[in-house]
Every structure is written in structure tokens, then in C-alpha cells.
Design a protein. Structure first.
Length: 278
């Protein structure tokens, strides 16, 4: 499963739409989540273009006066959505990942810049998590928060409130999710003049998600037209190959598959090991 999250800072430009389409196709994205669409309405034509295919389902949260806005796009053949909840700066999709026949919860988040707005959003998501517990959770997007001081560098003296950091980490613990290993750039956002860089975008996953897809990594991709980097989650089930034979120690074997005097020692069959004893 490949999920792409991107704060595009708008979808009005043809250059932006083309770049997102190329990203989606290049990384074989299964679910596309965009923050800050800055569009009050999103139609079928735009979604199909961004997706690179006519087989596209979507859900969006309108922007307010060209600010904010969220969009999720997916293929209904691989991700069958049963419930859609649009809340305060987030879209929650409840559906079945058909390849593994597994119910999942995918939440596209764009957190408010002010701390009280984030607190309200955190509380709403925490309440939903308490209700919907019958499947793994994936929260993704622009959380507008850092988890520790090392996630921000600045030419100014202040690099982030310790109280805000503590509250964000407490919410993550309350949600019973964790951040997976990250590959690529250390920071996902930078101010245009380069004076501040922060890690604001991330994937947060439940234990059940990581148990179902233990081979999971998030990749911070190169920044292009936006001040945010796209981030990509790749989750797969580890294929250990065919199941090995059951280990048998020093057991004589006699059946249709082995000759009478074959023996298994330490998991290996020794053909006619004691033939000379006959």
C-alpha cells in the first residue's frame, strides 16, 4: 500500500496539478491525500487528472475564502470506502483494503496554526478513535506541530514552545499511534527565505497497522513548488516464502514420500543413511 500526503499550498496552478499527477503515477500511489487545496469546490475532472486515471473516487473538505481545504483520492477497486467523516480540518475514511481484505481507517489532517484550534481538533479525533477501534489507524498530513526541539531549526532564538511539544506528544500517546522510521530529508517545511525549517508533516500509525504491515517506511520526498515536502508511506506484508518443513530431530520416517531407511536429522533428510545395516 502506497499513500502520498502533500501540502500543495493550492491546486489552482496547472504546474502544481501536473507535478502532483507525476508524483502519483511515479510512486504508484493507492491513496492520495492533499492539504491546503485552497479550493471551495473540487470536481470529477480535476480528481481524474490528478489521479491519472478515470477510475477515481474522492472526498474533499472545502476551503474557506481560499484558505485550507482537503482532498482524498483513491481507487475504489483496491480501497472500498464504507464511511466518510469530514471534521474540523480532517477527513476520516473507513474502508476495506481489498488486497489484504483488511478494514482500515485513513485520516487526512491539516492542523490549525493556533494551539487552541489544534486542541479542539485533537479532542475530536481522540473521540472518533475511541468509537472506531475495529481496524488499524493511519493519521497523516500537516500537523503544524513538532515533537521535539530538534525538529526545528531557526535563525531566531525561539524554536518552539515546550508546552506545545508536550501536548502534541501526549495526544499521540492518547491516540495509541506512533511514528515509523523516516527516510530522506529531516525537515518537511521551510520558510521561503530559509530562516526556519521544521518537520510538520508525518505519518502516525497504530500498533495494529504495524502488525498487519510490518514492512512500513515513510519517505520525505524532494520539495518542489510548495514550501512543504511530499511524504510517502509504503506498507507491505513481509513475504517469508514457503513455510518450512516441521523440524524433526532423529526421527525415523516411513511413508509414501521417504524410503524405509531414510532419516531426518536436524531438519535435513539423509537418504539411506543406514543402508549398510540391512
Amino acid at each position: 500500500m502506497n499513500i502520498l500526503s502533500f501540502n500543495s499550498r493550492g491546486l489552482g496552478s496547472g504546474v502544481k496539478r501536473s507535478a502532483i499527477r507525476k508524483l502519483t503515477l511515479a510512486h504508484k500511489v493507492d491513496i492520495l491525500c492533499i492539504q491546503e487545496t485552497k479550493k471551495e469546490f473540487i470536481d470529477k475532472k480535476l480528481c481524474q487528472y490528478l489521479w491519472g486515471d478515470v477510475n477515481a473516487s474522492w472526498e474533499f473538505l472545502p476551503s474557506i475564502n481560499a484558505a485550507g481545504g482537503l482532498l482524498c483520492i483513491w481507487n475504489n477497486d483496491t480501497f472500498v470506502v464504507d464511511r466518510r467523516i469530514v471534521g474540523r480540518g480532517f477527513i476520516l475514511l473507513e474502508g476495506t483494503w481489498t488486497k489484504d481484505n483488511k478494514k482500515v481507517y485513513i485520516t487526512n489532517v491539516h492542523a490549525p496554526c493556533d494551539i487552541q484550534g489544534r486542541r479542539d481538533q485533537w479532542e475530536e479525533l481522540k473521540n472518533l478513535k475511541a468509537i472506531y477501534q475495529d481496524g488499524p489507524w493511519c493519521l497523516l498530513g500537516d500537523f503544524n506541530s513538532i515533537r521535539h526541539h530538534q525538529e526545528r531549526i531557526s535563525s531566531f532564538q525561539s524554536v518552539g514552545s515546550s508546552t506545545n511539544i508536550s501536548e502534541f506528544n501526549s495526544w499521540i500517546a492518547d491516540m495509541e499511534v506512533e511514528e515509523v522510521r523516516s527516510v530522506g530529508r529531516c525537515f518537511t517545511w521551510c520558510r521561503p527565505n530559509g530562516t526556519v525549517m521544521s518537520k510538520l508533516d508525518r505519518f502516525l500509525l497504530s500498533d495494529e497497522w504495524l502488525s498487519q504491515w510490518p514492512d512500513t517506511t515513510q519517505f520525505v520526498l524532494d520539495r518542489d513548488f510548495s514550501d512543504h515536502c511530499p511524504i510517502l508511506l509504503r506498507s507491505t506484508i513481509i513475504d517469508w516464502g514457503p513455510k518450512p518443513l516441521k523440524w524433526l530431530d532423529n526421527v525415523w520416517v516411513y511413508n509414501l514420500f521417504f524410503r524405509k531407511h531414510d532419516i531426518i536429522i536436524g531438519g535435513y533428510m539423509i537418504n539411506n543413511a543406514f543402508k549398510t545395516l540391512n
